[in-house]
Design a protein around this ligand. Structure first.
Ligand code: PEP
Length: 256
């Protein structure tokens, strides 16, 4: 059975100090962290080192929100996979719609980012999702398949530990989540694409998270869908209480 996974994408929020306070609060919650759910947090770059020292080797993964596609060199303002690794980062978000949209990132760049991560033994969390226009035009699957083509550069096997996140662009930060049925349909289609790339075992194993206005109120209904293996959470991950409520809703065992 795939282990559920809940990741908080903090985007451009929290100073290193605020990030550390969050982690300290998270680790001291009454009742502890849910044991059968993996957690991840993706602070902004300046907070990574400090958070990395606090999470240490625990079940809370440290993610970065992006990585640069080159190994090193004259790339002012960019951060390499090896630098992230040195901060304790084990996974990196690649292809978030905000970067595709505002930083003009295309599949060709995203493939190269995933290659750099693979070289550094870092797991990619690859995001895909259609715009409202694409959904309304009935071209959701075509849009996703174009985005998934960034993974065609890995014909032998999926990049180590690869996690996918389905994040419909129209649901991100809008308070308008996809319905569980809508999300589950897309997750099944993505799993089928994974099967066609790397076979049945890879498709059964891969975790596909849903992202887009997940809150403590709607999380349980989303997690009732077998094909939804967790969540990538933006706004609701900024407070320990709401992040944890979502993580608890992700438990496969019946909560007490
Ligand atoms: C995100 O940006 O990855 C996201 C899912 O944001 P939100 O939960 O705020 O919609």
């Amino acid at each position: 059975m795939r282990r559920r996974y809940v990741v908080g994408n903090w985007k451009m929020n929290k100073t290193p100090y605020e990030a550390q306070l969050f982690v300290e609060e998270l680790f001291s919650v009454e009742g502890g962290l849910p044991e059968d759910v993996e957690l991840g947090i993706a602070p902004p770059y300046p907070a990574l080192d400090r958070v990395g020292a606090t999470v240490g080797p625990s079940l809370v993964h440290l993610l970065a929100q992006d990585v640069y596609q080159e190994v090193s060199g004259p790339h002012t303002g960019e951060v390499s996979a090896e630098m992230l690794k040195a901060c304790g980062v084990t996974q990196v978000i690649v292809g978030h719609s905000e970067r595709r949209r505002y930083r003009n990132e295309h599949e060709i760049d995203l493939t190269r980012k995933i290659e750099r991560l693979a070289e550094a033994y870092i797991t990619p969390l690859y995001c895909v999702g259609e715009t409202l226009g694409e959904r309304e035009a009935g071209t959701t699957e075509r849009a996703l398949s174009k985005q998934m083509s960034a993974l065609e550069a890995f014909p032998e096997a999926a990049p180590r530990g690869l996690v996918l996140a389905y994040e419909p662009v129209w649901a991100i930060g809008t308070g308008r989540s996809a319905t569980p049925a809508m999300a589950a349909d897309v997750h099944r289609a993505l799993r089928e694409m994974v099967r066609s790339f790397w076979g049945k075992e890879a498709a059964e194993k891969i975790r596909i998270l849903y992202g887009g206005s997940v809150t403590p109120e709607n999380a349980a209904a989303l997690f009732e869908e077998e094909d939804i293996d967790g969540a990538l959470v933006g706004g609701a991950s900024l407070k320990v209480a709401s992040f944890l409520a979502i993580a608890r809703a992700a438990r496969r065992t019946v909560p007490d």
